[in-house]
Design a protein around this ligand. Structure first.
Ligand code: JAH
Length: 233
């Protein structure tokens, strides 16, 4: 199945190498995914192709105008239109799996202090955030989504078993991994991994996933624990 993506953006060069190398580049060359980058500047208004303007009500910074985004998004029907914004719902593996089966995704990258709210009201299906921090624009978040979806699409086609058995498919963090040498500067690989006892190894790995998740991500380990202070857990 070919998964088509459009990426609306003011800095199209931002995407050049990330979309050419690694799994994403190979999947594009093999036509397993199609990814097009759209330069929003070409839809800017006036002789300077302006895409931003001062905010109504005053305040610092500029806001992305609705007309260029309306013009850029109008042709894309039969696609899921996603705006990357710190005000969006948090991105999860479940969201990536849903999109990997959706056929076509259109990722809209805001810049400046934000995007006129009418863009979201009229042209956007989902607003998504990578996490609780502010970047300069949505491009890095868009690339994260492209990688996350592409590996699932390619995984379905090529079917490597690893794809759906990694972090978050059990809802737990992954166990620590080791490779040779068994002793590096006196720090040894856990003996159980060298034992050849596959039942014991599986038990150890499961225990490590539980320990790490409880320690590092109590929100994943016990979703009811969310909102409690660390001392309450
Ligand atoms: C920043 C428009 N959660 C990641 C993320 C996504 C988008 C933006 N920042 C962070 C952003 C400025 C303007 C979007």
């Amino acid at each position: 199945m070919t998964n088509a993506h459009q990426c609306g953006d003011l800095f199209p060069e931002f995407f050049s190498s990330p979309l050419e190398v690694s799994l994403v580049g190979k999947a594009r060359r093999e036509r397993l995914v199609e990814i097009d980058v759209i330069d929003l500047r070409q839809y800017g208004t006036g002789p300077h192709r302006q895409v931003d303007d001062a905010p109504f009500g005053g305040g610092p910074g500029m806001v992305m105008r609705v007309e260029p985004l309306a013009a850029a998004l109008e042709p894309f029907v039969d696609t899921r239109r996603v705006l990357l914004t710190p005000a969006g719902a948090p991105l999860t593996q479940h969201t990536l799996e849903r999109w990997s089966e959706a056929g076509s995704l259109t990722l809209v990258c805001g810049r400046y202090e934000g995007v006129d709210e009418r863009v979201a009201d009229l042209y956007i299906d989902e607003e998504i955030s990578l996490g609780d921090y502010v970047l300069l624009g949505g491009e890095v978040a868009a690339l994260a989504i492209i990688e996350g979806v592409a590996r699932l699409v390619v995984g379905v086609v090529g079917n490597p078993e690893s794809i759906r058995t990694e972090s978050f498919s059990h809802g737990l963090l992954e166990e620590p991994q080791y490779t040779r040498p068994a002793d590096f500067a006196g720090v040894r690989v856990p003996d159980v991994l060298l034992s050849g006892d596959h039942a014991q190894i599986a038990n150890w790995r499961e225990e490590m996933r539980r320990q790490r998740t409880a320690e590092r991500r109590p929100d994943l380990f016990d979703p009811d624990g969310l909102g409690k202070s660390p001392g309450d857990r």
